[in-house]
Design a protein around this ligand. Structure first.
Ligand SMILES: Nc1ncnc2c1ncn2[C@@H]1O[C@H](COP(=O)(O)OP(=O)(O)OP(=O)(O)O)[C@@H](O)[C@H]1O
Length: 435
């Protein structure tokens, strides 16, 4: 669990997201509260539940990005769902539990990666022994082995062909659903998960070079050192205590509509979500998960409906309200230039791989921001996402021709921007399709 203070968290988030101070503060406090709860002892620890957050703001202004970055920073499993997905025809109440099952899967991935790193050093040693076995045989004298080891480490044997045996992960057995399990669709069970160990797993022989065998053997050896049961147990805990679920478009299910039409009623979806947010136990194929301490961040534009249109119980479970504001020209400028891995940095790096240097002038950045604001005003306000389409259009020609222009420097100034998107942006009918 991360020990970041709220201030440190905000500073970290500032590297990726421009503005939106209130939302950053709110998530930073929520993260710190988790750490605070972990410091408590005894029954009080279970009583403290997260103060879930409702983010209110137009599309493309950083709601998801803030939450996703927070999760990454904290090493926490993160899952995003659209609330409207559950109003579609064919969904039934218990389907919302799939969110938690998916969250656990994300947790498994995180824990497995951590563990793989922990055992990497050991796996390297074992992998080397196996290459030596393949090269000189398991019975060779220690002197022979050592002399080959030296050559191996010096890379002298890289191209030599060897035959090794690795576990067959291609999974010869089918996945299947177990019908009639309590909780409906508990998730897909994999027969090899159940019986793989008992049957000792399958091995397959591979002919390869010493060099190429390395990664295969290290992975094979790491997986042997991993204890899947322990990983699953830790992933369940991680999801329970540190999981973050982001529910987008909550405003679209906010009307109390009484269930018209063919889809599931919007109020019905709120009722289905409520047990998750209030705290319940969800069955997963790895075991039960309590949702009491999972942090829920709900988000929506609330142009038509208001947070007070949500069911009272749900309103009560989303006590922290933060507003995110629409982005303006200066925000776009900063998003283009100041954020880590900003679009400008990305394009510069991509073109550099072709030997082309991109030189954006200050007034080009101004022009890009202006065009984005103009298009958001005339077409539809899609927030910072607009920068993607604008940048792509501006750089289309260079991107196409880059391989022929290796060694050159391309200057992009405001004239260049205007020439490539400015005129187009004035034609609303045309730009609706292109930008
Ligand atoms: N304030 C910001 N600073 C930097 N980048 C931003 C900002 N706002 C949005 N972006 C970028 O725009 C894209 C869309 O943002 P995001 O996914 O956070 O939108 P959102 O507010 O969650 O909207 P929606 O509810 O429609 O998903 C992301 O790639 C994100 O990096």
């Amino acid at each position: 669990m991360t020990t970041f203070s709220p201030r440190e968290t905000v500073t970290e988030l500032d590297r990726y997201i421009i503005g939106q101070k209130d939302a950053k503060r709110a998530v930073a406090i929520a993260l710190r509260n988790r750490w605070r709860r972990q410091q408590l002892e005894g029954p009080l620890k279970d009583e403290v539940t997260p103060k879930n957050i409702l983010m209110i703001g137009p599309t493309g202004v950083g709601k998801t990005e803030i939450s996703r970055r927070l999760a990454k920073l904290a090493g926490a499993p993160f899952m995003k769902v659209e609330a409207t997905k559950f109003t579609e025809v064919g969904y039934v109440g218990r389907d919302v539990e799939q969110i938690i099952r998916d969250l656990v899967e994300v947790g498994i991935g995180i824990v497995r990666d951590r563990k793989r790193n922990e055992v990497k050093a050991k796996a390297h040693i074992s992998a080397e022994e196996r290459v030596l076995d393949a090269l000189v045989g398991a019975t060779a004298s220690p002197t022979t082995r050592d002399s080959f080891r030296k050559k191996l480490r010096a890379g002298e044997l890289d191209d030599k062909e060897i035959e090794i045996e690795v576990s067959d992960t291609s999974g010869g057995m089918p996945n299947f659903e177990i019908p009639g399990m309590p909780g409906g669709n508990i998730g897909v069970m994999n027969i090899s998960d159940l019986f793989g160990k008992a049957m000792g797993g399958r091995q397959r022989k591979v002919k390869t070079t010493v060099k190429q065998s390395h990664d295969m053997l290290v992975n094979d050896e790491s997986d042997k050192l991993l204890d899947m049961e322990q990983i699953q147990a830790e992933a369940l805990k991680l999801a329970e205590n540190e999981g973050i679920v982001f529910i987008d478009e909550i405003d679209k299910i906010a009307n109390r509509d009484g269930g018209m039409g063919a889809g599931v009623s919007r109020e019905g979806v709120q009722r289905d979500l409520l047990p998750l947010v209030e705290g319940s136990t969800v069955a997963t194929k790895y075991g039960p998960v309590k949702t009491d301490h999972i942090l829920f961040i709900a988000s929506g534009a609330f142009h038509v409906s208001k947070p007070s249109d949500l069911l009272p119980e749900l309103q009560g479970r989303l006590p922290i309200r933060v507003e995110l504001r629409a982005l303006e020209k200066d925000d776009f400028r900063r998003i283009l230039t100041e954020t880590e891995a900003s679009l400008i940095k990305q394009y510069v790096a991509l073109m550099q791989t072709e030997g082309v240097t991109l030189d954006f002038t200050e007034d080009a950045i101004d022009a890009l921001a202006e065009v984005a604001v103009h298009l958001n005003g005339t077409l539809e306000n899609i927030g910072a996402r607009r920068l993607q389409t604008v940048m792509e259009r501006v750089l289309d020609e260079i991107s196409y021709e880059a391989p022929d222009k290796s060694g050159s420097t391309m200057k992009i100034d405001s004239d260049y921007v205007r020439k490539h998107v400015g005129d187009l942006a004035q034609d609303t009918d045309l730009s609706r399709f292109i930008l």
